[in-house]
Design a protein around this ligand. Structure first.
Ligand code: GDP
Length: 473
Protein backbone atom coordinates (compact mmCIF):
# COMPACT_ATOMS: atom_id res chain seq x y z
CA UNK A 1 0.00 0.00 0.00
CA UNK A 2 1.42 3.37 -0.93
CA UNK A 3 1.43 5.84 1.95
CA UNK A 4 1.99 9.52 1.60
CA UNK A 5 5.16 11.13 2.85
CA UNK A 6 4.96 12.99 6.13
CA UNK A 7 7.23 15.52 7.78
CA UNK A 8 7.45 17.28 11.12
CA UNK A 9 9.79 19.24 13.33
CA UNK A 10 10.72 16.61 15.92
CA UNK A 11 12.59 18.81 18.35
CA UNK A 12 11.11 21.47 20.64
CA UNK A 13 9.86 24.70 19.12
CA UNK A 14 12.29 26.94 20.93
CA UNK A 15 15.57 28.46 19.85
CA UNK A 16 18.22 25.86 20.52
CA UNK A 17 21.47 24.52 19.12
CA UNK A 18 20.08 21.88 16.85
CA UNK A 19 16.67 21.12 15.41
CA UNK A 20 15.58 17.94 13.71
CA UNK A 21 13.08 17.68 10.90
CA UNK A 22 11.98 14.18 10.19
CA UNK A 23 10.52 12.91 6.93
CA UNK A 24 8.98 9.46 6.47
CA UNK A 25 7.33 7.69 3.56
CA UNK A 26 7.96 6.36 0.11
CA UNK A 27 9.08 9.73 -1.24
CA UNK A 28 11.13 10.74 1.80
CA UNK A 29 14.46 10.37 0.05
CA UNK A 30 13.40 11.98 -3.21
CA UNK A 31 11.82 14.86 -1.27
CA UNK A 32 15.03 15.44 0.69
CA UNK A 33 17.11 14.96 -2.47
CA UNK A 34 15.31 17.81 -4.16
CA UNK A 35 16.14 20.32 -1.40
CA UNK A 36 19.69 19.28 -0.45
CA UNK A 37 23.07 19.91 -2.05
CA UNK A 38 26.47 18.67 -0.93
CA UNK A 39 29.70 20.68 -0.59
CA UNK A 40 30.20 20.51 -4.36
CA UNK A 41 26.72 21.99 -4.81
CA UNK A 42 25.41 18.70 -6.22
CA UNK A 43 22.12 16.97 -5.61
CA UNK A 44 23.09 13.41 -4.76
CA UNK A 45 21.08 12.23 -1.79
CA UNK A 46 19.34 9.51 -3.81
CA UNK A 47 22.61 7.69 -4.40
CA UNK A 48 23.55 7.27 -0.75
CA UNK A 49 23.29 4.03 1.18
CA UNK A 50 21.02 3.42 4.16
CA UNK A 51 22.21 4.45 7.62
CA UNK A 52 24.62 7.09 6.40
CA UNK A 53 24.89 10.75 7.33
CA UNK A 54 25.80 13.61 4.97
CA UNK A 55 27.01 17.14 5.24
CA UNK A 56 25.59 19.84 3.01
CA UNK A 57 23.02 22.59 2.60
CA UNK A 58 19.28 22.93 2.37
CA UNK A 59 18.45 25.07 -0.64
CA UNK A 60 15.37 26.81 -1.93
CA UNK A 61 14.04 26.08 -5.41
CA UNK A 62 16.20 28.87 -6.93
CA UNK A 63 19.32 27.45 -5.25
CA UNK A 64 19.51 29.95 -2.36
CA UNK A 65 21.20 28.31 0.60
CA UNK A 66 18.99 28.32 3.68
CA UNK A 67 21.03 26.40 6.25
CA UNK A 68 24.05 24.19 6.76
CA UNK A 69 22.83 20.74 7.79
CA UNK A 70 23.60 17.07 8.36
CA UNK A 71 21.17 14.66 6.77
CA UNK A 72 20.76 11.03 7.80
CA UNK A 73 19.13 8.39 5.69
CA UNK A 74 17.44 5.24 6.99
CA UNK A 75 15.90 3.10 4.31
CA UNK A 76 12.89 0.84 4.72
CA UNK A 77 12.40 -1.44 6.54
CA UNK A 78 15.24 -0.58 8.93
CA UNK A 79 13.86 2.66 10.31
CA UNK A 80 11.62 3.92 13.09
CA UNK A 81 8.54 3.77 10.90
CA UNK A 82 9.74 0.87 8.70
CA UNK A 83 9.47 3.33 5.79
CA UNK A 84 12.24 5.40 4.20
CA UNK A 85 13.15 8.02 6.78
CA UNK A 86 15.29 11.11 6.40
CA UNK A 87 16.30 13.31 9.30
CA UNK A 88 17.59 16.80 8.73
CA UNK A 89 19.79 18.10 11.54
CA UNK A 90 19.61 21.83 11.07
CA UNK A 91 20.18 24.82 13.32
CA UNK A 92 17.58 24.93 16.04
CA UNK A 93 16.03 28.36 15.61
CA UNK A 94 12.26 28.53 15.39
CA UNK A 95 12.42 30.59 12.20
CA UNK A 96 14.95 28.40 10.41
CA UNK A 97 13.22 25.14 11.40
CA UNK A 98 9.90 26.50 10.19
CA UNK A 99 11.52 27.71 6.97
CA UNK A 100 13.06 24.29 6.21
CA UNK A 101 9.77 22.65 7.09
CA UNK A 102 8.01 24.90 4.54
CA UNK A 103 10.56 23.91 1.89
CA UNK A 104 10.04 20.21 2.68
CA UNK A 105 6.28 20.65 2.37
CA UNK A 106 6.66 22.51 -0.93
CA UNK A 107 8.77 19.60 -2.14
CA UNK A 108 5.82 17.26 -1.68
CA UNK A 109 5.58 16.02 1.91
CA UNK A 110 2.60 16.76 4.11
CA UNK A 111 2.68 17.87 7.76
CA UNK A 112 2.51 14.85 10.05
CA UNK A 113 -0.18 14.59 12.70
CA UNK A 114 0.90 14.22 16.33
CA UNK A 115 2.25 10.71 16.89
CA UNK A 116 1.99 9.79 13.22
CA UNK A 117 5.55 8.43 12.94
CA UNK A 118 4.95 6.09 15.87
CA UNK A 119 1.51 5.23 14.53
CA UNK A 120 3.18 4.11 11.31
CA UNK A 121 5.67 2.03 13.31
CA UNK A 122 2.61 0.37 14.88
CA UNK A 123 0.58 -0.02 11.69
CA UNK A 124 3.62 -1.35 9.84
CA UNK A 125 4.03 -3.97 12.56
CA UNK A 126 7.37 -2.96 14.03
CA UNK A 127 5.95 -2.37 17.51
CA UNK A 128 2.68 -3.29 19.17
CA UNK A 129 0.42 -0.75 20.81
CA UNK A 130 1.79 -1.17 24.33
CA UNK A 131 5.28 -0.49 22.99
CA UNK A 132 4.07 2.53 21.05
CA UNK A 133 2.50 3.91 24.20
CA UNK A 134 5.77 3.28 26.03
CA UNK A 135 7.48 5.69 23.63
CA UNK A 136 5.19 8.48 24.78
CA UNK A 137 5.63 7.46 28.41
CA UNK A 138 9.41 7.70 28.06
CA UNK A 139 9.05 11.23 26.75
CA UNK A 140 6.73 12.28 29.57
CA UNK A 141 8.45 10.41 32.40
CA UNK A 142 9.07 12.55 35.42
CA UNK A 143 11.27 10.25 37.45
CA UNK A 144 13.53 7.24 37.32
CA UNK A 145 10.72 4.79 38.02
CA UNK A 146 8.52 6.12 35.22
CA UNK A 147 11.46 6.03 32.86
CA UNK A 148 12.59 2.52 33.77
CA UNK A 149 9.12 1.02 33.62
CA UNK A 150 8.47 2.67 30.25
CA UNK A 151 11.77 1.43 28.85
CA UNK A 152 10.90 -2.08 30.02
CA UNK A 153 7.51 -1.74 28.39
CA UNK A 154 9.14 -0.59 25.16
CA UNK A 155 11.38 -3.63 25.28
CA UNK A 156 8.27 -5.78 25.49
CA UNK A 157 7.74 -6.60 29.17
CA UNK A 158 4.00 -5.93 29.03
CA UNK A 159 3.56 -7.42 25.56
CA UNK A 160 5.27 -10.64 26.65
CA UNK A 161 3.02 -11.19 29.64
CA UNK A 162 -0.09 -10.32 27.65
CA UNK A 163 0.86 -12.58 24.74
CA UNK A 164 1.62 -15.42 27.10
CA UNK A 165 -1.74 -15.11 28.85
CA UNK A 166 -3.52 -14.91 25.52
CA UNK A 167 -1.75 -18.03 24.30
CA UNK A 168 -2.95 -19.98 27.33
CA UNK A 169 -6.50 -18.73 26.93
CA UNK A 170 -6.49 -19.45 23.21
CA UNK A 171 -5.38 -23.02 23.87
CA UNK A 172 -8.47 -23.58 26.02
CA UNK A 173 -10.78 -21.97 23.46
CA UNK A 174 -9.34 -24.20 20.75
CA UNK A 175 -9.61 -27.26 22.97
CA UNK A 176 -13.29 -26.67 23.70
CA UNK A 177 -14.06 -25.96 20.05
CA UNK A 178 -12.29 -29.10 18.87
CA UNK A 179 -13.93 -31.28 21.50
CA UNK A 180 -17.37 -29.94 20.63
CA UNK A 181 -16.65 -30.57 16.94
CA UNK A 182 -15.29 -34.04 17.45
CA UNK A 183 -16.87 -35.55 20.56
CA UNK A 184 -15.96 -39.07 19.47
CA UNK A 185 -12.24 -38.50 19.78
CA UNK A 186 -12.02 -35.74 22.37
CA UNK A 187 -13.68 -35.99 25.71
CA UNK A 188 -14.67 -33.08 27.90
CA UNK A 189 -15.42 -35.35 30.85
CA UNK A 190 -13.02 -34.03 33.43
CA UNK A 191 -12.25 -30.89 31.50
CA UNK A 192 -14.17 -28.40 33.70
CA UNK A 193 -11.94 -29.20 36.69
CA UNK A 194 -8.84 -28.68 34.61
CA UNK A 195 -10.16 -25.47 33.15
CA UNK A 196 -11.13 -24.23 36.60
CA UNK A 197 -7.54 -24.63 37.75
CA UNK A 198 -6.25 -22.87 34.67
CA UNK A 199 -8.78 -20.04 35.06
CA UNK A 200 -7.70 -19.62 38.65
CA UNK A 201 -4.07 -19.41 37.67
CA UNK A 202 -4.83 -16.82 34.98
CA UNK A 203 -6.95 -14.85 37.47
CA UNK A 204 -4.05 -14.79 39.93
CA UNK A 205 -1.66 -13.53 37.31
CA UNK A 206 -4.13 -10.86 36.22
CA UNK A 207 -4.73 -9.86 39.83
CA UNK A 208 -1.00 -9.44 40.37
CA UNK A 209 -0.78 -7.15 37.35
CA UNK A 210 -3.79 -5.17 38.56
CA UNK A 211 -2.16 -4.73 41.97
CA UNK A 212 0.97 -3.49 40.28
CA UNK A 213 -1.12 -0.87 38.48
CA UNK A 214 -1.97 0.82 41.78
CA UNK A 215 1.66 1.08 42.82
CA UNK A 216 2.62 1.83 39.24
CA UNK A 217 0.39 4.87 39.13
CA UNK A 218 1.80 6.21 42.38
CA UNK A 219 5.34 5.69 41.26
CA UNK A 220 4.77 7.19 37.86
CA UNK A 221 2.67 10.17 38.86
CA UNK A 222 4.19 10.66 42.29
CA UNK A 223 2.97 9.72 45.75
CA UNK A 224 0.61 12.31 47.19
CA UNK A 225 2.17 12.92 50.55
CA UNK A 226 1.03 15.02 53.49
CA UNK A 227 3.13 15.89 56.52
CA UNK A 228 1.10 16.21 59.72
CA UNK A 229 2.03 16.89 63.31
CA UNK A 230 1.74 19.48 66.04
CA UNK A 231 3.54 22.79 65.76
CA UNK A 232 7.28 22.76 66.44
CA UNK A 233 7.77 19.04 66.06
CA UNK A 234 10.11 19.37 63.06
CA UNK A 235 7.87 19.28 59.98
CA UNK A 236 9.51 22.23 58.25
CA UNK A 237 12.91 20.91 59.16
CA UNK A 238 12.04 17.63 57.44
CA UNK A 239 10.72 19.39 54.38
CA UNK A 240 13.79 21.60 54.23
CA UNK A 241 16.08 18.60 54.40
CA UNK A 242 14.17 16.84 51.62
CA UNK A 243 13.91 19.94 49.49
CA UNK A 244 17.48 21.00 50.22
CA UNK A 245 19.00 17.72 49.25
CA UNK A 246 16.84 16.93 46.32
CA UNK A 247 15.39 18.71 43.38
CA UNK A 248 12.08 20.32 44.19
CA UNK A 249 9.61 21.92 41.89
CA UNK A 250 6.87 24.01 43.43
CA UNK A 251 3.58 24.24 41.63
CA UNK A 252 0.31 25.65 42.73
CA UNK A 253 -2.51 23.14 42.45
CA UNK A 254 -5.20 24.53 40.21
CA UNK A 255 -8.57 24.92 41.80
CA UNK A 256 -7.39 24.99 45.38
CA UNK A 257 -6.93 27.94 47.65
CA UNK A 258 -3.76 29.87 47.36
CA UNK A 259 -2.20 28.50 50.50
CA UNK A 260 -1.93 24.92 49.28
CA UNK A 261 1.06 24.20 47.14
CA UNK A 262 2.32 21.06 45.63
CA UNK A 263 6.00 20.49 45.97
CA UNK A 264 7.45 17.71 43.85
CA UNK A 265 10.42 16.07 45.46
CA UNK A 266 12.29 13.35 43.71
CA UNK A 267 14.01 10.85 45.98
CA UNK A 268 16.08 8.09 44.49
CA UNK A 269 13.71 7.45 41.62
CA UNK A 270 10.53 8.06 43.58
CA UNK A 271 8.50 11.23 43.34
CA UNK A 272 6.70 12.65 46.34
CA UNK A 273 4.04 15.21 45.58
CA UNK A 274 4.16 17.01 48.87
CA UNK A 275 0.84 18.60 49.55
CA UNK A 276 2.35 21.53 51.28
CA UNK A 277 0.52 24.34 52.95
CA UNK A 278 1.94 27.73 53.50
CA UNK A 279 1.33 26.79 57.12
CA UNK A 280 3.77 23.95 57.16
CA UNK A 281 6.53 26.27 56.08
CA UNK A 282 5.62 28.83 58.72
CA UNK A 283 5.91 26.16 61.37
CA UNK A 284 2.23 26.33 62.07
CA UNK A 285 0.27 23.17 62.36
CA UNK A 286 -1.45 21.91 59.22
CA UNK A 287 -4.64 21.16 61.14
CA UNK A 288 -4.68 24.57 62.76
CA UNK A 289 -3.76 26.41 59.66
CA UNK A 290 -6.18 25.02 57.17
CA UNK A 291 -8.92 23.91 59.50
CA UNK A 292 -9.99 20.44 60.54
CA UNK A 293 -12.40 19.88 57.66
CA UNK A 294 -9.93 20.82 54.98
CA UNK A 295 -7.14 18.95 56.71
CA UNK A 296 -9.36 15.88 56.69
CA UNK A 297 -9.93 16.26 52.98
CA UNK A 298 -6.24 16.70 52.24
CA UNK A 299 -5.49 13.63 54.35
CA UNK A 300 -8.23 11.62 52.69
CA UNK A 301 -6.74 12.25 49.26
CA UNK A 302 -3.20 11.43 50.32
CA UNK A 303 -1.43 8.20 49.42
CA UNK A 304 1.04 8.60 52.26
CA UNK A 305 0.96 10.47 55.55
CA UNK A 306 4.14 11.45 57.31
CA UNK A 307 3.24 12.01 60.93
CA UNK A 308 5.95 13.85 62.85
CA UNK A 309 6.01 13.61 66.64
CA UNK A 310 8.31 15.51 68.98
CA UNK A 311 9.55 12.54 70.99
CA UNK A 312 11.08 14.75 73.66
CA UNK A 313 7.72 15.83 75.08
CA UNK A 314 4.53 13.94 75.91
CA UNK A 315 1.83 13.66 73.29
CA UNK A 316 -1.33 15.68 73.79
CA UNK A 317 -4.89 16.21 72.58
CA UNK A 318 -3.68 17.44 69.20
CA UNK A 319 -1.89 14.18 68.61
CA UNK A 320 -4.99 12.23 69.51
CA UNK A 321 -6.97 14.25 67.02
CA UNK A 322 -4.36 13.70 64.31
CA UNK A 323 -4.21 9.96 64.98
CA UNK A 324 -7.93 9.64 64.54
CA UNK A 325 -7.79 11.52 61.25
CA UNK A 326 -5.07 9.31 59.81
CA UNK A 327 -6.38 6.04 61.24
CA UNK A 328 -6.98 4.32 57.92
CA UNK A 329 -4.08 5.71 55.91
CA UNK A 330 -0.61 4.49 55.02
CA UNK A 331 1.49 6.29 57.60
CA UNK A 332 5.13 6.74 58.43
CA UNK A 333 5.55 8.01 61.99
CA UNK A 334 8.72 9.94 62.68
CA UNK A 335 9.69 10.03 66.36
CA UNK A 336 11.70 13.19 65.95
CA UNK A 337 14.16 15.01 68.18
CA UNK A 338 15.67 11.70 69.17
CA UNK A 339 18.85 13.58 69.98
CA UNK A 340 17.11 15.00 73.08
CA UNK A 341 15.82 13.10 76.11
CA UNK A 342 13.29 10.73 74.63
CA UNK A 343 9.85 10.68 76.17
CA UNK A 344 7.77 9.08 73.43
CA UNK A 345 9.17 5.65 72.68
CA UNK A 346 7.77 3.19 70.20
CA UNK A 347 6.04 1.28 73.01
CA UNK A 348 4.61 4.45 74.41
CA UNK A 349 3.19 5.29 71.01
CA UNK A 350 1.51 1.90 70.72
CA UNK A 351 0.13 2.30 74.21
CA UNK A 352 -1.33 5.71 73.44
CA UNK A 353 -2.92 4.52 70.23
CA UNK A 354 -4.48 1.55 72.02
CA UNK A 355 -5.91 3.90 74.63
CA UNK A 356 -7.42 6.23 72.08
CA UNK A 357 -8.73 3.65 69.67
CA UNK A 358 -9.74 1.17 72.38
CA UNK A 359 -8.28 -1.66 70.41
CA UNK A 360 -4.93 -3.16 69.67
CA UNK A 361 -2.61 -0.58 68.21
CA UNK A 362 -1.16 -3.18 65.92
CA UNK A 363 -4.48 -3.27 64.08
CA UNK A 364 -4.33 0.46 63.51
CA UNK A 365 -2.49 2.52 60.94
CA UNK A 366 0.83 1.41 62.41
CA UNK A 367 0.15 -2.02 61.05
CA UNK A 368 0.40 -0.61 57.57
CA UNK A 369 3.10 1.87 58.33
CA UNK A 370 6.42 2.27 60.01
CA UNK A 371 7.87 4.07 63.00
CA UNK A 372 11.26 5.68 62.51
CA UNK A 373 13.42 7.55 65.01
CA UNK A 374 14.83 10.73 63.52
CA UNK A 375 16.76 13.80 64.42
CA UNK A 376 16.34 16.60 61.93
CA UNK A 377 19.09 18.66 63.49
CA UNK A 378 21.56 15.81 63.13
CA UNK A 379 19.98 14.57 59.91
CA UNK A 380 19.67 11.12 61.44
CA UNK A 381 17.15 8.58 60.21
CA UNK A 382 16.55 10.37 56.89
CA UNK A 383 18.24 7.75 54.73
CA UNK A 384 16.25 5.04 56.46
CA UNK A 385 13.09 7.11 56.04
CA UNK A 386 13.65 7.36 52.27
CA UNK A 387 14.43 3.63 52.11
CA UNK A 388 11.19 2.92 53.96
CA UNK A 389 9.13 4.89 51.45
CA UNK A 390 10.80 2.96 48.66
CA UNK A 391 10.03 -0.35 50.32
CA UNK A 392 6.42 0.61 50.93
CA UNK A 393 5.75 1.53 47.32
CA UNK A 394 8.40 -0.15 45.26
CA UNK A 395 8.95 -3.36 47.19
CA UNK A 396 12.69 -3.01 46.93
CA UNK A 397 15.28 -1.22 44.93
CA UNK A 398 14.40 0.06 41.51
CA UNK A 399 17.47 -1.15 39.69
CA UNK A 400 17.15 -4.69 41.04
CA UNK A 401 13.45 -4.93 40.52
CA UNK A 402 12.38 -7.13 37.66
CA UNK A 403 8.72 -6.86 38.42
CA UNK A 404 6.54 -5.58 35.61
CA UNK A 405 4.42 -2.63 36.59
CA UNK A 406 1.33 -1.62 34.71
CA UNK A 407 1.47 2.16 34.53
CA UNK A 408 -0.99 2.80 31.74
CA UNK A 409 -4.62 3.20 32.80
CA UNK A 410 -5.91 1.91 29.48
CA UNK A 411 -4.01 -1.31 30.09
CA UNK A 412 -5.39 -1.50 33.62
CA UNK A 413 -8.97 -1.24 32.34
CA UNK A 414 -8.35 -3.98 29.78
CA UNK A 415 -6.81 -6.22 32.45
CA UNK A 416 -9.80 -5.60 34.69
CA UNK A 417 -12.17 -6.65 31.90
CA UNK A 418 -10.11 -9.77 31.23
CA UNK A 419 -10.10 -10.57 34.94
CA UNK A 420 -13.88 -10.25 35.13
CA UNK A 421 -14.35 -12.52 32.13
CA UNK A 422 -12.09 -15.12 33.73
CA UNK A 423 -14.10 -14.91 36.96
CA UNK A 424 -17.15 -15.54 34.86
CA UNK A 425 -15.49 -18.64 33.39
CA UNK A 426 -14.97 -19.95 36.91
CA UNK A 427 -18.55 -19.14 37.82
CA UNK A 428 -19.93 -20.94 34.77
CA UNK A 429 -17.92 -24.02 35.73
CA UNK A 430 -19.20 -23.85 39.31
CA UNK A 431 -22.75 -23.52 38.01
CA UNK A 432 -22.16 -26.51 35.68
CA UNK A 433 -23.06 -24.52 32.61
CA UNK A 434 -22.51 -26.07 29.16
CA UNK A 435 -19.00 -25.80 27.69
CA UNK A 436 -19.81 -23.17 25.05
CA UNK A 437 -20.48 -20.76 27.92
CA UNK A 438 -16.85 -21.08 28.92
CA UNK A 439 -15.77 -20.29 25.36
CA UNK A 440 -17.69 -17.04 25.26
CA UNK A 441 -16.00 -15.65 28.35
CA UNK A 442 -12.61 -17.03 27.41
CA UNK A 443 -12.96 -15.26 24.09
CA UNK A 444 -13.88 -12.03 25.72
CA UNK A 445 -10.86 -12.27 28.07
CA UNK A 446 -8.72 -12.97 25.01
CA UNK A 447 -10.13 -9.92 23.23
CA UNK A 448 -9.68 -7.64 26.26
CA UNK A 449 -6.02 -8.61 26.55
CA UNK A 450 -5.65 -8.05 22.82
CA UNK A 451 -6.65 -4.41 23.32
CA UNK A 452 -3.44 -3.85 25.27
CA UNK A 453 -1.17 -4.81 22.41
CA UNK A 454 -3.43 -3.26 19.79
CA UNK A 455 -5.15 -6.32 18.41
CA UNK A 456 -8.93 -6.30 18.43
CA UNK A 457 -8.87 -2.55 18.56
CA UNK A 458 -10.84 -0.18 16.37
CA UNK A 459 -9.35 2.51 14.17
CA UNK A 460 -11.01 5.26 16.17
CA UNK A 461 -9.33 4.18 19.36
CA UNK A 462 -5.97 3.88 17.61
CA UNK A 463 -6.37 7.40 16.28
CA UNK A 464 -7.36 8.68 19.68
CA UNK A 465 -4.38 7.10 21.38
CA UNK A 466 -1.89 8.51 18.90
CA UNK A 467 -3.47 11.94 18.90
CA UNK A 468 -2.21 12.31 22.47
CA UNK A 469 1.37 12.00 21.26
CA UNK A 470 3.75 14.89 20.68
CA UNK A 471 4.21 16.51 17.33
CA UNK A 472 7.09 14.96 15.44
CA UNK A 473 7.08 11.64 17.31
P1 GDP B 1 7.34 22.52 62.66
O1 GDP B 1 6.60 23.58 63.38
O2 GDP B 1 6.75 21.19 62.93
O3 GDP B 1 7.51 22.79 61.23
O4 GDP B 1 8.82 22.46 63.34
P2 GDP B 1 10.18 23.06 62.84
O5 GDP B 1 10.81 22.20 61.81
O6 GDP B 1 10.06 24.49 62.55
O7 GDP B 1 11.07 22.88 64.15
C1 GDP B 1 10.71 23.53 65.38
C2 GDP B 1 11.96 23.64 66.21
O8 GDP B 1 12.45 22.37 66.56
C3 GDP B 1 13.11 24.35 65.50
O9 GDP B 1 13.76 25.19 66.41
C4 GDP B 1 13.99 23.21 65.05
O10 GDP B 1 15.34 23.59 64.98
C5 GDP B 1 13.79 22.22 66.17
N1 GDP B 1 13.99 20.85 65.72
C6 GDP B 1 13.46 20.24 64.64
N2 GDP B 1 13.87 18.96 64.57
C7 GDP B 1 14.69 18.76 65.60
C8 GDP B 1 15.44 17.62 66.08
O11 GDP B 1 15.44 16.54 65.51
N3 GDP B 1 16.15 17.79 67.23
C9 GDP B 1 16.18 18.98 67.91
N4 GDP B 1 16.90 19.04 69.03
N5 GDP B 1 15.49 20.04 67.49
C10 GDP B 1 14.76 19.94 66.37
Amino acid sequence: MKTDTIAAISTAMTNSGIGIIRISGEDAISTAHSIFVNKQNKKCLDTYKSHTIHYGYVVEEDGTIVDEVMISIMKAPHSYTMEDVVEINCHGGIFIMQKIMDIVISAGARIAQPGEFTKRAFLNGRIDLSKAEAVMDIISSKNEFALQSSVKQLKGSVSEIVCDLRKEILYEIAFIESALDDPEHMSLDDYPERLFEKAEEVCNRLQKLLNSADDGRLLKEGINTVIVGRPNVGKSSLLNILVGEEKAIVTEIAGTTRDILEETISLDGITLNMIDTAGIRNTEDIVEKIGVERAKKVIEEADLIIYVIDASVPMDENDYQIMQMIADKKVIVLLNKSDLNVYVTEDKLYETISEISKNDARDSFLDRGKIIKTSMTRKEGITFFIKTIKEMFLHGDLSYNDEVYITNMRHKEALKDAYESMLQVKKSIEDSMPEDFYSIDLMSAYASLGMIIGEEIGEDLVNEIFSRFCMGK
